[in-house]
Design a binder for this molecule. Structure first.
Ligand SMILES: Cc1cc2nc3c(=O)[nH]c(=O)nc-3n(C[C@H](O)[C@H](O)[C@H](O)COP(=O)(O)OP(=O)(O)OC[C@H]3O[C@@H](n4cnc5c(N)ncnc54)[C@H](O)[C@@H]3O)c2cc1C
Ligand SMILES: NC(=O)c1ccc[n+]([C@@H]2O[C@H](COP(=O)([O-])OP(=O)(O)OC[C@H]3O[C@@H](n4cnc5c(N)ncnc54)[C@H](OP(=O)(O)O)[C@@H]3O)[C@@H](O)[C@H]2O)c1
Length: 465
């Protein structure tokens, strides 16, 4: 069958339910990835009778939570724990086992995901060691998925759940540093850094986890923060801080009020950020927290520096004019979204800006969906996948259809405006997702889709009378 040009767009066809185009028979959907996102998409689709094939690059379930995953993409280190509380992270109807820790470690998350795949009958649908190398449109708005080994198949729809934390983003000065350099993605255990002078770059959760991990064996550990950061306490009054915030904060509260609440709570436990060499943010930032990071500052095991001005040999000059020599740099500088199996014109990215309707629907290609392209700002990413997977299933089964292209554009612009207003412009925030704002948008769209369907059904019913 000939492939159609990926530029061919039929705006009306976009709004047809996928299963209608599939014609007779069962709708067939390919899901890419057996991580938290792909498993969730598969589970919801299977439950509604869709014929699902899950292609997984590695030989196991769990994606980035698998320590030493042979997919070569997983950043899990030995000390990795969830940093969002288990009960708010879990899929909606599948809690972590009773009696487990507040913040399970990577082994427990992996086995949780395996149990999920088992319970919801996803496991038999997974084709392991199957690297997807191409997803291309076919005539009739179907899709051809090609595997590296030459296999694959044709589908009515594709759900991409290949993750976004497998492709490290490196700082521009990397080549100027002559000492040992690695990205947090390759970090596993502290031992190789024993006795070394280590600079950890960034103040995201990877950087603070790793700095806290290695500082007990290094000669010195320095952490560089180029932007303001609020390191929230992990626990307050003996419970996770997120629970306390849940009691104090309301969605209607203006950001300055919420920021003040967070600042006050943080100050009670950690003092002012400036006291430790950081700057307190005024805008929203992606939450950083660690149960022992600030204790290491108290013990002088970690020192803070501002951003990096220049690097030459093993010497690093910081924005405050000071210079320091390091044996090793660990860049906790985040990730790029990498979708190498999609032709450039199908990739839903413009620079770092995500071009998807409600993060899920390709705005010009019917039957191409994405799941998990977000970093939830405070809350569970895995739980949010349930919301997306339910909606994808409604779209795939033809229960509801997306709106017209202009409406999709308007909603995408509304989200971009929200991000521009509330978050810094750094690439890191391209996938940031405010759960309250997003769920409100999603609820509105699903309601409107049902109304559109009712309006379409009414004349048809009258015509049939
Ligand atoms: C270190 C770290 C800690 C985190 N901690 C938390 C936390 O505490 N709480 C939280 O809610 N979120 C956390 N997250 C966010 C994380 O995004 C989610 O928890 C979630 O596990 C991501 O699942 P995923 O399925 O989107 O991606 P992944 O887990 O990366 O899974 C993607 C899967 O797709 C497969 N794949 C990729 N390319 C191909 C291909 N070409 N062909 C076939 N298969 C392919 C991969 O092999 C992989 O199995 C963390 C992220 C990181 C990096
Ligand atoms: N334990 C856990 O559960 C855990 C552990 C690790 C990660 N995670 C999650 O995984 C996701 C990724 O986290 P991450 O920490 O790897 O990445 P991240 O959140 O994107 O943070 C990257 C950090 O590096 C800085 N940075 C980026 N480019 C830089 C450059 N060129 N020079 C200097 N600094 C630079 C950023 O500063 P700016 O703000 O200035 O851009 C930021 O402080 C997040 O959602 C995070 O919550 C969770």
């Amino acid at each position: 069958m000939a492939l159609v040009s990926s530029r061919t767009i039929d705006p009306d066809a976009l709004r047809q339910p996928v299963s209608a185009v599939a014609g007779t028979g069962r709708c067939r959907v390919a899901v890419i990835g057996a991580g938290a996102a792909g498993l969730c998409a598969a589970r919801h689709l299977i439950a509604r009778g869709v014929d699902v094939v899950v292609y997984e690059l590695g030989s196991c379930i769990g994606g980035l939570w698998v320590f030493g995953n042979d997919n070569g993409l997983a950043p899990a280190y030995q000390s990795l724990h969830l940093n969002s509380e288990a009960r708010v992270t879990a899929y909606r109807d599948f809690p972590f086992p009773d009696g487990g820790p507040l913040y399970p470690d990577h082994r427990q998350v992996r086995s949780y995901l395996e149990d999920y795949a088992e319970k919801f009958n996803v496991k038999p649908r997974i084709r392991f060691r199957s690297r997807v190398v191409d997803i291309a449109p076919l005539p009739g708005d179907r899709w051809r998925v090609k595997l590296e080994d030459g296999g694959g198949g044709d589908f009515d729809a594709v759900v991409v759940g290949s993750g976004h934390q497998g492709s490290p983003s490196h700082p521009g000065w990397r080549k100027d540093f002559s000492g040992e350099y690695l990205h947090s993605h390759s970090y596993r255990i502290p031992e190789p850094f024993r006795g070394k002078r280590v600079l950890v770059v960034g103040m995201g959760n990877s950087a603070v986890d790793i700095a806290s991990d290695i500082c007990v064996v290094t000669e010195s550990t320095t952490i560089s923060a180029r932007s303001p950061v609020l390191v929230m306490p992990r626990m307050l009054f003996g419970v996770p801080t997120s629970r306390v915030l849940g009691r104090l904060e309301r969605n209607w509260m203006p950001w300055p009020v919420r920021r003040t609440i967070r600042e006050v709570l943080t100050r009670i436990v950690h003092g002012r950020m400036e006291q430790w060499g950081f700057t307190t943010p005024k805008s929203r930032t992606h939450p950083t927290s660690h149960p022992s990071l600030m204790s290491h500052f108290v013990w002088d095991r970690i020192k803070a520096k501002p951003g990096i001005e220049s690097v030459k040999g093993q010497e690093v000059r910081f924005a405050d004019g000071t210079m320091q020599t390091f044996d090793t740099v660990i860049a906790g500088t985040g990730y790029n979204v990498d979708l190498p199996f999609l032709a450039p014109e199908l990739r839903p990215l413009e620079g770092h800006k995500l071009e998807l309707f409600l993060r899920v629907v390709h705005p010009t290609r019917r039957g191409l969906y994405f799941i998990g392209l977000f970093n939830v700002a405070g809350g569970g990413n895995i739980r949010m996948m349930d919301d997306q997977a339910e909606w994808i299933t409604d779209l795939v089964t033809g229960e509801i259809a997306p709106p017209d292209a202009a409406t999709m554009r308007a909603v995408m612009e509304e989200e971009q405006a929200f991000l521009r207003k509330h978050y810094p412009a750094a690439p890191r925030y391209a996938l940031e997702l405010d759960p309250a704002f997003y769920r409100k948008q999603l609820r509105r769209e699903r309601r409107q889709a049902r109304m559109r369907r009712a309006r379409q059904a009414a004349p048809a019913a009258q015509a049939g009378q």
